[in-house]
Design a protein around this ligand. Sequence first.
Ligand code: HMH
Length: 243
Amino acid sequence: MADTKARAQLAGAMTATDSWLRKHRLIYTGATRHPFILTIRDGTVDLSAFKTWLEQECEFLRSFAAFVGSVLVKAWKESDDRADEEVILGSLAALNDEFAWFKKEALKRDINLSEIVPQKATAGYSRFLESLMRPEVEYTVAITALWAIEAVYHESFAYCLEEGTKTPLELREACERWGSEGFDKYCSTLKKIADRRLEMGSGEVNKKAEVGLLRVLEYEVGFWNMIRPPSHRTAECSSVGGF
Ligand code: HMH
């Protein structure tokens, strides 16, 4: 009983997104500390996996850009604070920059952007984003998903930039794109918007936002697994024998 009360008090002091991250810690950690990210951090990353990541990202970003556009429309129609629109416009501006960066990287690595075929995980993630673009999906649900998508990348890549990590020099630029302090601030702003909306939201809408967050985390894990399949990990672990 006392435990229930203590938990309720703690939950009262926490924002909705904080309490969800706590509740879904396991899958959040799965998304932000994935073995692919760990190999970047320890310098053992397979460069062909990195190339696959670049290719699939280029595909993902096309649907992501359309999704962010739809969030802007929802903010314009539904938000109680017009400052939100500027933040989302900032997301689109960053995406514009990202596309230019990917084109440069593709040229460096002999990737023909027009020939990329989306793999299953990318196509599934894109379809999920498309479902969030529907007009009947509430702004609160969409902005919570946008925050989660950006936060996973920020936490993942910031982890590769910590002191003492062995992230290869040629991948540092990629890590800095999402791992920077500027991106951290941007994610905090999105989180604040989501929490403000969730505070005003009905139980039903908030439940949908929580489910949306979980699905984002699942798709993020799926995306990383496509780059570095789990079977690869298992084989590696068992080959280490002594462990
Ligand atoms: C797959 N998730 C994926 N790609 C991204 N660029 C982000 C999240 C964040 O922008």
